[in-house]
Design a protein around this ligand. Structure first.
Ligand code: SF4
Ligand code: SF4
Length: 182
């Protein structure tokens, strides 16, 4: 589901008085989208049960995630890329054709059989970009990927900065992908 740009633009890691309350809009809007995604997932699982299938909802937020290792058992972004919803950009986020990286995801694991989709066959917007995310990251956590790398992210630097500042979405805001007027 889309995160609206007006909301994303309120997110800041370099908050001064006044920004602190404005940036809360990003958090509350994200919570709202997460809740909506979770509700849709809940209804899908109910529907799967009614048809005799299993469904394990992995929520948009608060899903299985080991904060010590900064990893979980399933990467939503990679699942989404495999399912053809988008491609992973140099900032390590899923880039969708419609909304760029301004999206939230939830997953359902199920034993239902359905027609599979295929990964998107589109050129990465990163090669036409001016390395916006690399330049704007306050802790230089994003690097240019090497051959056969999809992205190069120092997740510990990113996570440490995010935790210390209470929020960071600089790479998300700076990414021109999916914006009608970058
Ligand atoms: S900001 Fe540019 S280089 Fe970074 S992910 Fe977006 S399109 Fe790619
Ligand atoms: S969220 Fe912030 S710290 Fe993390 S990679 Fe993006 S710009 Fe860098």
């Amino acid at each position: 589901m889309e995160l609206f740009s007006e909301t994303v633009n309120q997110a800041t890691s370099k908050a001064v008085i006044g920004d602190l309350t404005l940036r809360d809009l990003y958090r509350t809007n994200t919570d709202m989208v997460n809740g909506y995604l979770n509700w849709e997932g809940y209804k899908i699982v109910k529907s799967l049960h009614a048809q005799g299938f299993k469904g394990l909802l992995l929520p948009a937020d608060g899903g299985p995630y080991d904060s010590r290792l900064l990893e979980g058992p399933l990467s939503y972004r990679h699942a989404a890329e495999t399912a053809g919803l988008g491609i992973i950009g140099w900032h390590g986020l899923l880039i969708t054709p419609e909304y760029g990286p301004r999206v939230r995801l939830a997953c359902i694991l199920t034993d239902t059989l359905f027609a599979s989709s295929t990964p998107l066959n589109i050129a990465s917007p990163c090669f036409k970009c001016s390395d916006n995310c690399i330049k704007i990251c306050p802790v230089e956590a994003i690097g240019k990927p090497q051959v056969e790398e999809a992205y190069r992210l120092d997740k510990y630097a990113c996570c440490s900065y995010y935790t210390a500042s209470g929020m960071c979405a600089e790479c998300l805001k700076a990414c021109p992908a999916g914006k009608s007027s970058p």
